[in-house]
Every structure is written in C-alpha cells, then in structure tokens.
Write a protein that binds this ligand. Structure first.
Ligand code: MSP
Length: 506
C-alpha cells in the first residue's frame, strides 16, 4: 500500500524557525509510522521560492531573488537532517522541472476553459501573498496575521473560475467527510465554500520572479498555484528517469497549519478538478505554536530557534516536546520552562530511567540475559490492543493522542518496577522465578513502548533497541508495528547496559 505525506513548502524569505520544524516533524512521524506498517512511503518537503515576499526580501538585501532563494533554501534543507526528518525528497519550486510541470498543468486548466482575463482590484498582503476579503481586513485595512498595512492593488490578471467549482467542492466535502481534519477545520472550509466562491486571480503582472504563464509571457502565475502544485510535480522528477506519479498520487495526507487552510482546502482541490487530476485524500490542519500568546513568526520577531533548542536538549527531545506539550490540531503555548520540565520529568525520569534501570537489573541479576520465561499475565492486559489503538489514532493523524496512549504504558512500566521490586526478589533465592518474570516483562514492555515511540524519538529508539539486543542491521524488522505486541518477542536474548538516554542539562 502506498502512503504519500507532505509538509507545506516553506517561504525562503527568512530562516527556518520552530513553526516550520513543527509541521515537518508532524509529517515525519506519520511517514515513519507508515514505514513501520511496511507500506510504500513517500515523504515530501521543500521550499516555496517565488512571489513577492521573496522578491521584496531580496530587494531589501540587495541581492537577486535567486541568490536569496539559494541561500535560504539551503538553511531549510539543512534543517531536515538536524530534526531527523526522513523526507524522500526536498523540492525547490525554482527547479526548472517543477516549473515546466506547473506550466503543463495550468495550460490544461486554461485549455479546459476555466481561465479568463479580468481586472483585479483589492487589498493585498505581500507577506501572505494573498488578497484579503472584506471579512479578513484588520482595523485600518491591515493584515490580521502580520499587522501590517495592506496594499490596494489593481491590475490585469488571468482569473481562475473558482466559482464554477462551488458545487463539485461541496460534493467532495459531503462525500468525504474526512477530507479535512480536525472537524472544526472541515466545518470552517465547508462554510467558506457554501458562503459563495469568487473567482481568484491566477497570475500577476507586476512581478517577474515566478513561473511564466505559457500563453502570456507578460505574466507569472500567482505564487500560491505554483506552490500548491509542488505536491504533484515533485513526483514526476524526484527520482531521475522515473515518474512516481502513478505510484503515489493522490497524496494520502497533506499536513499544514491553519493559516493556509483556504488555499489547501478550497483552491487546491478546485484547481486539480479543473486540470482533471485526482484530489488528495486528506488534509490534516494543525494549530499554531504560540509564544507570548502570539503565533510564532519571523515577522513578529518572537521565534524559538530550533537549532538552539536541539543543541541544548537534543533532536529527540525537541520532537517529543512539540507533540506532547501541544495537542496536534490545536493551538498551544510553548516555553523554555515547559520544555525543561518535560525533559526532566518525562524523558529523563520516566523513560530514560526506566530504560537504564531495566537494563542494569538484567545485567546485575541475570548477567545480561533476558530470562526465557513467559511475560507476567498481570501486566499483559495493560498492553492489549495498544498497537492497534496507536495505529487507528495515527490514521487520523492524532499524533499527540497516540503519544499519550504510549506514555501511559511508560508510566505503567514504572509502576510495575515499584510493584514487583526486583531488588527485593533478588535477595530471596526462592523467588527467582518471580524475578525472572519481572525482568522479562520489563524488557518486553520497554521494547514495545520503544518500537511505538520510534516515529517520535527515532535516535533514542534505535539506541535502546540496540541495547535490548534488537539491532536489525537496518532492515526494519525490529521496528515493525507488527512486532509491537507485548510478549511477541521471546526472552533469552542478551542486553547491554546503557548510559543516560537523556542526560541532565546543566
Ligand atoms: N509557502 C507557504 C506554504 C505553501 S504550501 C503549498 C507558507 N510558508 S511558510 O513558510 O509561511 O510556512 C507555513 C507553515 O509553517 C504553516 O502552514 C505551518 O504549517 C508552519 N508554521 C509556521 N509558523 C508556525 C507556528 N507558529 N506554529 C505552527 N506552525 C507554524 O505559508
């Protein structure tokens, strides 16, 4: 089965911040989880390089848009391995192959009769690269997101007949009630559609940094259409000499923030319908990470630098924290204090200590061999159905809810250590059998939670599974979801001691 997941492609007018890392890690968790299922996965991320925001930023810095794009795209590309994103490709919209494909698709939209010439007049935010409707105007004609004055623009443009797709879009929403999740976003998008759709400008005439309109050399495509199409074009050139479109289109999941809902939930399916291309299966809309109550964004100057956080706490800690602190799908505040507290109490104490104690006790009491006995029948019911539960939550991209379910078992195992008190059992030869069962159950429980935590904390999981003697040489068997059942892995194997997984931070 194919699973194709994407992130938004990021503007190169500025450096990456934690908000960008957030969308990417969210999509990465889904990609890794689906690989654990043994599916054929393709995970795409990249940069959105055209349009006014980039052209203006380049002008401010006195360089060409291409120079700025090259410089900043590299920073996003470098972010990916740092956050341990397992993306299969990194698309840049300035790539000639992307541009050609955009032209092909939009020419088809034109040939199908969905494009006409008109005059546009309206309020435009250059940072959003978006024309605002009356409902979207802030006080004094300002942008509600960026708090900057909007520009009154008037120009001859090519228009996309979005209004003609009102009915097909309504039908799409009614036939596929999970097209957009969470439900509140579905309702928001649907009510935008049923409220009546105006045609939208498909091209811009006053800038040249973009993809040329093939039937009118004086215009470039409006950056949003160029950008949205990345999800489709990438498949045609991600692997030289191979076209992956058949294999992976339509996309299984687009992951994106609520700020760009309208483009993805309304424009995107409409333009695909107009080009006679299948629409994606699902969109998952996440909320904003807030700092001081505001959306973190470079233009507001309130950003947490993911590189700094990772230098201090490590990549896995960042990946874990973002999805633990804020429920994926909702807005939520993050802070350095919150980060430090979860690192200490949850990662270091609950998970890290569970791992080091378990391994140390097996080393000490059983010379490093997991006892070859059955798991404790008193503990087994607490793991019953866990992998299935995680699976069905992640089917809905409920990343935080799935993490919570797994973490309940981490806590359960800690309680089990206290209840069974192996150090007491070890004092009494007659209770050797009980000690065997306790150690085997702890090793097995630790294995199960670690396999399930792998998408969240991949480095830690790999290290821990190797210490549990489950290094599979990279073939993925030890990581498979199939094996994440309590009792599925037999005892008898050798384990190794492990240092602190999450060391104290000075
Ligand atoms: N280039 C467009 C997207 C085109 S997709 C075809 C764009 N880029 S962006 O650089 O502004 O990044 C947008 C995405 O970054 C948001 O949709 C969201 O996924 C993520 N985030 C940016 N700031 C964020 C927060 N403060 N919190 C959470 N996510 C945020 O829009």
């Amino acid at each position: 089965m194919a699973f194709y997941v994407t992130t938004p492609i990021y503007y190169v007018n500025d450096a990456p911040h934690l908000g960008h890392a957030y969308s990417t890690i969210g999509a990465d968790i889904l990609a890794r989880h689906h690989r654990q299922r043994g599916e054929d996965v393709f995970f795409l991320t990249g940069t959105d390089e055209h349009g006014e925001p980039v052209a203006q930023a380049a002008e401010r810095e006195g360089v060409s848009p291409k120079e700025l794009a090259d410089r900043n795209a590299k920073r996003f590309e470098d972010l990916m391995p740092r956050i341990n994103a397992s993306n299969d490709f990194f698309i840049r919209t300035s790539d000639e192959q992307h541009k050609r494909r955009v032209q092909e698709v939009l020419q088809r939209v034109y040939d199908n009769g969905h494009v006409y010439k008109g005059v546009y007049e309206g309020w435009y935010c250059p940072r959003c690269a978006d024309f605002k409707t009356e409902q979207e105007l802030g006080p004094g004609n300002t942008c509600l997101i960026h708090h900057i004055p909007l520009q009154r623009e008037r120009e001859d443009n090519w228009f996309f007949r979005l209004s003609a797709f009102q009915e097909p879009l309504e039908r799409l929403y009614l036939d596929h009630t999970d097209f957009v999740t969470p439900r509140t976003r579905y309702n928001e998008a649907l009510s935008f559609i049923t409220g009546g759709l105006n045609d939208v400008s498909l091209s811009r005439s006053q800038i040249s940094w973009g993809v040329e309109v093939p039937w009118d050399a004086n215009q470039v495509f409006y950056v949003w259409f160029d950008a949205l199409l990345n999800y489709y074009t990438a498949l045609s050139f991600a692997r030289p000499g191979e076209d992956l479109t058949e294999r992976f289109w339509p996309a299984s999941f687009h992951v994106l923030g609520k700020d760009i809902l309208k483009f993805h939930a309304v424009f995107w399916p409409a333009i695909l319908m107009a080009a006679e291309i299948e629409v994606p299966r699902r969109l998952f809309i996440h909320g904003w990470l807030l700092l001081d109550g505001e959306k973190m964004s470079k233009s507001l100057g309130n950003v947490l630098d993911p590189f700094e956080v990772m230098d201090r706490f490590g990549t896995d800690a960042l990946r874990y924290y973002c999805f633990r602190e804020v429920a994926f799908g909702q807005d939520g505040s993050i802070s350095t204090a919150g980060f430090e507290s979860r690192y200490e109490t949850e990662l270091a104490n609950e998970y890290g200590n569970l791992a080091s104690r378990t391994l140390a006790m097996i080393a000490r009491y059983r010379d490093g061999t997991v006892p070859a006995v059955d798991v404790d029948p008193a503990l087994a019911p607490d793991f019953e159905g866990l992998a299935e539960e995680v699976r069905s939550l992640l089917d809905q991209a409920e990343i935080s809810a799935a993490l919570e379910r797994i973490w309940q078992r981490v806590r359960r195992l800690n309680r089990y250590v206290e209840e069974s008190a192996p150090w007491q059992l070890a004092k009494d030869e007659e209770r050797a059998q009980e000690l065997d069962i306790a150690l085997r159950s702890l090793a097995e429980g630790l294995r199960v939670v670690t396999v399930l935590l792998h998408p969240y904390v991949p480095d830690t999981a790999a290290k821990l599974l190797a210490a549990l003697g489950l290094d599979d040489g990279g073939n993925g068997v030890a990581m498979s979801l199939e094996g994440a059942r309590f009792g599925a892995h037999p005892g008898g194997g050798r384990v190794e001691k492990l240092g602190q997984l999450f060391p104290k931070i000075a």
